[in-house]
Write a protein that binds this ligand. Sequence first.
Ligand code: PGA
Length: 257
Amino acid sequence: MRRFLVAGNWKMNTNRASGAELAGALAVNAPASETGVEVLVCPPYPYLAGISDVVSKSAVQLGAQDVYFEASGAFTGEVSVEMLKDVGCSHVIIGHSERRHVMGETDEMINKKVKAAIAGGLTVVLCVGELLSEREAGKTESVLDTQMAGGLADVSEEDAKDVVIAYEPVWAIGTGVTASPEQAESAHEHLRKWVTSRYNAAFSDKIRILYGGSVKADNAEILMGQPNVDGALVGGASLKPELFIPIIEAARKLANS
Ligand code: PGA
C-alpha cells in the first residue's frame, strides 16, 4: 500500500513571519505520532532553516523547491544538496514546470539535479507535465515519456527507490482549471506503465505519483481517490492552513477507508 504524500509548494511566497506561522499550524495538525499521511512543506530558500526549527518536532517534513547539482564552488546564486541537508531538508522538488518554462531548465539539467540529490540522500519530487498545446496536439504521453526518460536517465532502481513523481499538467497550474479525475488518472496510469517498462512491475507498484495543478479542498478527495494518484503537490492552496489542512484531511480519510 502506497502512503499518501501531501506536499505544499510555497513558490516565491510568504515571509519569515507568515511562513513560520503557516508551518506552525501544520505542525500542530500533523503531530509527531502521525503515521497515515506524509506532509511536506517546501518554503523559499531563505526560510528553510527557520521553518526547520518550527516543524522539527512534528511529522511535517521539509523540502526545497530546487537545488543545484554541483557540490560547491563558483556558482553564484545556487544552493547545493549538502546545504539543503544542513538546514534540515529531507526532500527537494526538481523539474517544476516553472523551472522548466520560466527558467529554461532542460531534461539534461534536471537529470543532473536528480542524480546529485539522490547521491546526497534527499528524496526527489520529480515534476513532469505537458503544456496545453501539447495536450491539444495529442502529445501528452510522449511529452511525459520524454521528461521521465530524461529526468531518470542513468538512475537505477536502487537509486530511484525514494523518488516521487509529480504529474502537473502545466495548463492546470495556478489557473484554477484542474485536470478531471479521468484525465489525471489516465496520465498517472501512463506514468506507472512507463515505470514498469523502464524498471519493473514491483517497483512501479511502489513508486508514488502525486497530482498537482489547482488542487483544492473541494477537488482533493476525488483526485487523490483515483487508483494511481498517491497524493498532491499543492501550490496556491498550500499557503493558508485553512486551505491546506482540508487537503491533508482528505488524504487521511482516503488512507483510512
Ligand atoms: P497550484 O500549483 O496548486 O497553485 O496550481 C501547483 C504547483 O505548481 O505545484
